[in-house]
Write a protein that binds this ligand. Structure first.
Ligand code: ADP
Ligand code: MG
Length: 404
């Protein structure tokens, strides 16, 4: 498949360079409280291949100038959703709107979106520069503008020294950056990225991730970005949608979703290592609500769970590894029996059990603890009640959601 640019004929939109200058003189989002128009709106999207539904009633709205991220495990339908925006797939049911226009039945070339595919392909006989210029030439941009755009984008992606090479003279990561560059040099209503960093090594991935976000902050191009990587999702998104098996489990600003996961799936998906989950039962002790079970007794927040708290109610207690803190034995909510310690230098993770038959528990330890905590040690830990999440074991819904 030739790389992605889903071309639109006769675009009269300003170049990114021009938008850039405007963004320097117009106030940013903090100074403009009026609500942004919705640039891309997908309503009740269903998509089946044969009899198998892969998207089941998905709603996504990306406001103008914002960075949206679709995140979820492999196979949950992220790429399919992105391809529906580009017009490369048709929904079985539902509508796709771009800038208020129903484009559900329009072919890709009439949609004015630029996309970077997961499996990008470059024109093998064209240099990096020519690959990047290709879409702009079709659109009859001036030589000067093409040169300026390529200079800017290649600088951003670290491609300046590679402009005269052919794709076969590049590493996988370099080719991936050229594929991104091809989409970014264009001016489009919407930029779609399908896991663009997955072929890069870790250091470059972190670097390009920051460049992508910086570029977005500068030019405010409306973006929808697909990844299975929770770090990318957390760091890039204005709004993220967590997808699971063809459905949106939760949407919101990254930190809001992280702090208040609505389901055990979202709780487990965002955050690394995963949130610990222990089965327990609710009870009252001297006016304070607690959850106990699996050799853990923890206070829980009545402010947060109010109505959902009932004596004897079965719950899953969720605590993130970094919310478990070392404690004096008399102040501990549980004792971690250490199986092994992973020392990362800047921090350490202690793996073990609260109870031998219970689930494996991970606690983040201070970096220096790695030198003194040994396999077989018993480490008392505690948690701030505000950091204890509760879920209904049957529905998997957070208690404050299930009972609201
Ligand atoms: P993701 O990008 O989240 O990994 P995809 O959107 O690529 O997931 O795929 C979602 C599901 O749809 C997967 O189970 C995949 O096998 C299936 N699927 C995707 N494209 C097709 C197709 N053309 N024909 C049949 N099944 C497909
Ligand atoms: Mg995919």
């Amino acid at each position: 498949m030739a790389n992605v640019s889903v071309e639109m004929r006769g675009s009269t939109r300003p170049s990114l360079g021009k938008m850039d200058t405007q963004s320097l003189v117009t106030p940013g989002p903090i100074a403009t409280p009026r609500p942004r128009a919705v640039r891309c709106s997908m309503r009740n999207i269903w998509k089946s291949y044969g009899a198998t539904p892969v998207l089941k009633g998905v709603d996504v709205r990306v406001p103008e100038g914002t960075f949206g991220v679709l995140v979820g495990p492999s196979g949950c339908g992220k790429s399919t959703l992105l391809r529906l925006v580009a017009g490369l797939e048709e929904p079985t049911e539902g509508t796709v709107e771009l800038a208020g226009r129903d484009v559900t039945d329009l072919p890709p070339r009439d949609r004015d979106v630029a996309m970077v595919f997961q499996n990008y392909a470059l024109y093998p006989h064209l240099t990096v520069r020519e690959n990047m210029a290709f879409g702009l030439k079709l659109r009859r941009s001036s030589e000067k503008e093409i040169e300026a755009r390529i200079a800017e984008v290649s600088g951003m992606l670290g491609l300046e020294l590679l402009l005269d090479r052919l794709p076969k003279q590049l590493s996988g990561g370099q080719r991936q950056r050229v594929a991104m560059g091809r989409a970014l040099v264009r001016s489009a209503q919407m930029y779609l990225f399908d896991e663009p960093l997955s072929n890069l090594d870790a250091a470059l991935r972190a670097e390009v991730r920051i460049e992508i976000r910086k570029l977005h902050d500068r030019i405010g191009a409306t973006t929808l970005y697909v990844t299975h990587d929770q770090v990318e999702a957390m760091t890039l998104a204005d709004t993220l949608w967590v997808l699971n098996k063809g459905k949106v489990e939760q949407t919101g600003a990254p930190l809001d979703v992280y702090e208040r996961p609505r389901t055990t799936f979202v709780a487990g998906f965002l955050g690394s290592p995963n949130m610990n989950m222990v089965e327990g039962v609710l009870a009252r002790r001297g006016g304070q609500w607690i959850a106990e079970g699996g050799s853990v007794t923890t206070p829980v927040s009545a402010d947060r769970f109010g109505n959902a708290l009932a004596e004897g109610r079965a719950v899953l207690m969720g605590v993130r590894p970094q919310d478990l803190e070392l404690a004096r034995p008399d102040a501990a909510i549980a004792t971690l029996k250490v199986e092994f310690v992973e020392a990362l230098g800047f921090e350490a993770f202690g793996y073990g059990w609260f109870r031998v038959s219970g689930p494996r528990i991970v606690a983040k330890l201070p970096a220096e603890a790695a030198r003194r905590v040994r396999t077989g040690d018993a480490v008392p830990v505690t948690v701030d009640p505000d950091r204890v999440h509760l879920f209904d074991p049957k529905s998997g819904l957070a208690l404050d959601v299930a009972d609201s």
